[in-house]
Design a protein. Structure first.
Length: 303
């Protein structure tokens, strides 16, 4: 009887381990592919965030370096969904160059590396036009790769781009994606995105000045990924840049107030503007008015 019970216990533990392993493998993860901004910081690629749900990657923004950092995350953290030939969809927050200069790379490099499906692109008005013009700009490259003797599939270079309005913009068995308007200076349309998966709710702010839209979209979400600049260094900026950043971006102190009302389980700072500060300084400023869990992301951080 003791041997039988021992065997049952071993089987039960093995099944529990298998269940936990499978649940861990299928749980939603947030991978920060790039935390950068227009400054040419060699340690930070342009802004891009990947939400991994099921075996798929759902990318927000396409800053410079996106495909190589996706490949690095795929290799370094064994995230197969970020292998270049599996990058199938991207959601653009707005069309500022630092958020989109990686889009040609995301369209073409995965095709060259074997992606056969067109890239799906979702974003504010102007997204379809930008995608079409990129395809035109690289027409000679595409024609040579298609007909110049290089082995290539005949479909993976194409783009299915959609200009979307606020609301549900995408849904599959892994995730529902909702776009919402944020306030980014003179941009007529700029979006944040809310990702609802089976086990987590993720909100990505995009570029924005303080707005209650973030509070409503998060409302106790699991992870809020939000841009930020140093409030303490703000006064050292020239007046024209102070006016710009106040209209387009969110300070550490403003973000602390937003997070206190949005109540994320984890606040992740990205697109950080330091102006001589560092991660510790940004975190100290946020924590001076916010008591929740907060981290300042580095490239290839996984949350």
């Amino acid at each position: 009887m003791r041997t039988s019970l021992t065997g049952l216990l071993v089987c039960a533990l093995a099944l529990a381990h298998l269940f936990n392993t499978e649940r861990s493998a299928s749980s939603t993860r947030v991978v920060i592919l790039g935390t950068g901004n227009p400054n040419a910081d060699p340690e930070r690629s342009g802004p891009a965030v990947a939400i991994i749900a099921g075996d798929q990657a759902y990318i927000v923004d396409a800053g410079p370096g996106i495909v190589r950092h996706a490949a690095l995350a795929a290799r370094q953290d064994s995230i197969a969904a970020l292998a270049p030939d599996r990058l199938h969809r991207v959601f653009l927050t707005h069309l500022h160059s630092d958020h989109t200069t990686g889009l040609p790379d995301l369209i073409l490099a995965p095709w060259v590396l074997g992606r056969a499906a067109p890239l799906e692109v979702y974003g504010p008005p102007g997204t379809s036009r930008m995608s079409a013009l990129i395809e035109q700009a690289y027409a000679d490259d595409i024609q040579i790769r298609l007909h110049g003797g290089e082995p290539s599939n005949k479909t993976g270079y194409a783009v299915n781009a959609r200009d979307v309005a606020p609301g549900t913009v995408y849904r599959d068995s892994n995730v529902t994606v909702t776009a919402f308007e944020v306030l980014h200076g003179k941009w007529e349309h700029a979006y944040g995105y809310r990702f609802q998966t089976r086990d987590r709710t993720i909100v990505v702010s995009g570029d924005t000045r303080p707005t209650d839209a973030i509070v409503r979209a998060c409302n106790g979400c699991d992870v809020l990924v939000h841009e930020v600049y140093s409030a303490e260094r703000f006064a050292t900026r020239p007046p024209e840049w102070q006016r710009y950043h106040a209209a387009y971006h969110t300070s550490t102190i403003e973000l602390a107030d937003i997070a206190s009302r949005a109540r994320p389980k984890l606040l992740v700072l990205y697109h950080q503007l330091y102006w001589g500060d560092d991660d510790a300084a940004l975190l100290r400023q946020v924590r001076s008015r916010y008591s929740g869990d907060v981290v300042s992301a580095r490239d290839i951080g996984v949350y």
